[in-house]
Ligand binder design. Structure first.
Ligand SMILES: Nc1nc2c(ncn2[C@@H]2O[C@H](COP(=O)(O)OP(=O)(O)OP(=O)(O)O)[C@@H](O)[C@H]2O)c(=O)[nH]1
Ligand SMILES: [Mg+2]
Length: 190
């Protein structure tokens, strides 16, 4: 007798450095309220530059995005901090797509890219991966070329997009790219 269960839903997980905007992106695209695992961290207060925020993700947070085909997609934010490595690893194998979010305007951006790609490719197939670069200013195209070169050394088929975690259309395009479905607006740098 055939067994009719709930069909396995598509899932996209967001990984990347502390404070890049993974939680912001989950909240931006989610139609429902998300199950949050953010905590206030006094240790984060008073730090400068990219560490200005006072909350951080310690577990997985799950939102829901409605794809252009009307179906629901789970969007999973993971913690960026090193010490939550186990949590991060647990989300990736179950995902249809994995998005690596990166800082575009950071002095070690390319080294960061290399290290994160190395970590992720040890966990899941790079065919699932998409790279989204935030905070690009000025000559966006030439900066993306630099990222493209680093990514090509890992796998030239990995899509690369510039994105803003605070912008709904932008994050929707990242999700579409991650699921390998057509995007509404965004250009993929290939
Ligand atoms: N200026 C600027 N700010 C951004 C951009 N993307 C995100 N932010 C801000 O950066 C912060 C990111 O914070 P979170 O979304 O908590 O980052 P996270 O990646 O979830 O951090 P952890 O879970 O602690 O690893 C938020 O205050 C965003 O508003 C961007 O493209 N430009
Ligand atoms: Mg977070």
């Amino acid at each position: 007798m055939p067994i009719f269960g709930t069909p396995i839903a598509r899932q996209v997980s967001f990984v990347g450095p502390f404070g890049v905007g993974k939680t912001t992106a989950v909240v931006t695209v989610s139609e429902t309220s998300i199950s949050s695992t953010e905590v206030m961290s006094s240790a984060l207060r008073g730090r400068v530059g990219r560490h200005l925020k006072t909350t951080t993700t310690v577990g997985l947070e799950i939102g829901e995005w409605r794809a252009p085909d009307g179906k629901k997609v789970s969007v999973v934010g993971t913690p960026g901090q090193e010490r939550f490595d186990m949590v991060r690893r647990s989300a990736m194998p179950r995902s249809t797509g994995v998005v690596l979010w990166l800082f575009g305007n950071h002095q070690h951006a390319l080294l960061d890219t290399e290290l994160w790609l190395e970590f992720i490719s040890g966990e899941v197939s790079t065919s699932k991966l998409t790279v989204a670069v935030t905070r690009l200013e000025g000559d966006t195209e030439s900066q993306l070329r630099e990222f493209r070169d680093v990514i090509d050394r890992c796998d030239a088929r990995i899509p690369l997009v510039a994105a803003d975690p605070r912008d709904k259309d932008s994050v929707s395009d990242v999700l579409a790219t991650a699921l390998r479905i057509p995007t509404l607006t965004k250009e993929v740098v290939g």
